[in-house]
Write a protein that binds this ligand. Structure first.
Ligand code: SAH
Length: 250
């Protein structure tokens, strides 16, 4: 039997935001590998072994998945959102590059998912409708000085911004620092969106201005979207619409 390794994105939380391709791969899997809360989203069934592990062991998990695939298993590695966005796909390719040559011959494919920033943006309108960037605010895998540099340059370039992992457990003061930098660099009242647990039963969405944004408005289940200077807010009864126009005038 020829094995395979599929790296799949489960979307932001709701079952109907899982793509049919991912659902098919899960239905055919012999083994599902991933971080505990993501594997918990997979229904157990006969013939399927679930392997969940802690978040800090991404490379070990990737190697384990590759070993099982080379023994003939149909392995699906799951991430939330999209597997290529701050998630397992890179860890698998890092393991492949450093691993034994036969891993390169394996049938490996990446199946995209709906990433959190797109699910969050859709809730309020189109805040990412013009140029934007995505930054992971966790300093687990990079120095904080690099995050600061990217924040300043992104603000200077007037990108809208999407922040993943806004509050890292190891460094809770980081997000406060990020907000200070944005206030200094932008100096205006552009909209900031705090979208928590989007598409789950715990979902909350809050829109504030940049000076009103407070560190405790975000946690590890929150996506923070910061508008560009051109981002507009349309007030109405209920949650306002936020959008960034398609064009910038010269
Ligand atoms: N691969 C994932 C991101 C992993 S990083 C993706 O593409 O979405 C984890 C971060 O994603 C969290 O700290 C949070 O900032 C964000 N996130 C994931 N799911 C979310 C959801 N349902 N609602 C809001 N933010 C979410």
């Amino acid at each position: 039997m020829s094995g395979s390794l599929t790296i799949a994105g489960l979307g932001p939380g709701a079952d109907d935001l899982i793509t049919p391709q991912v659902a098919d791969a899960l239905a055919e899997a012999t083994d599902v590998v991933g971080y505990i809360p993501y594997v918990a989203r997979i229904a157990p069934r006969l013939g399927l072994t679930l392997h969940s592990s802690d978040n800090r062991v991404e490379l070990d998990r990737a190697r384990h998945a590759l070993e099982m695939a080379s023994k003939g298993h149909r392995v699906v590695v799951v991430s939330s959102g999209d597997p290529g966005v701050f998630a397992m796909a890179s860890a698998v390719f890092e393991a492949v590059e450093a691993g034994p040559p036969h891993w390169r011959a394996l049938n490996i494919q990446v199946l995209p998912g709906i990433t959190a920033m797109l699910a969050a943006a859709a809730r309020v309108g189109a805040p990412l409708g013009h140029d934007f960037c995505a930054i992971n605010l966790s300093d687990n895998l990079k120095p904080w000085a690099l995050i600061e540099k990217r924040l300043r340059l992104a603000a200077e370039a007037d990108f809208a911004m999407a922040f993943y992992n806004p509050r890292s457990r190891a460094r809770p003061e980081g997000f406060a620092r990020a907000l200070d930098i944005l206030n200094e660099t932008c100096g205006d009242t552009r909209p900031v969106i705090f979208a928590r647990a989007v598409s789950t039963v715990d979902e909350t969405v809050r829109i504030v201005t940049l000076p009103e944004a407070r560190p405790d408005m975000a946690d590890m289940r929150t996506m923070v979207l910061v508008g560009s200077a051109a981002t507009r807010l349309i007030p109405r009864t209920g949650t306002a619409f936020v959008y960034t126009p398609r064009s910038v005038s010269v």
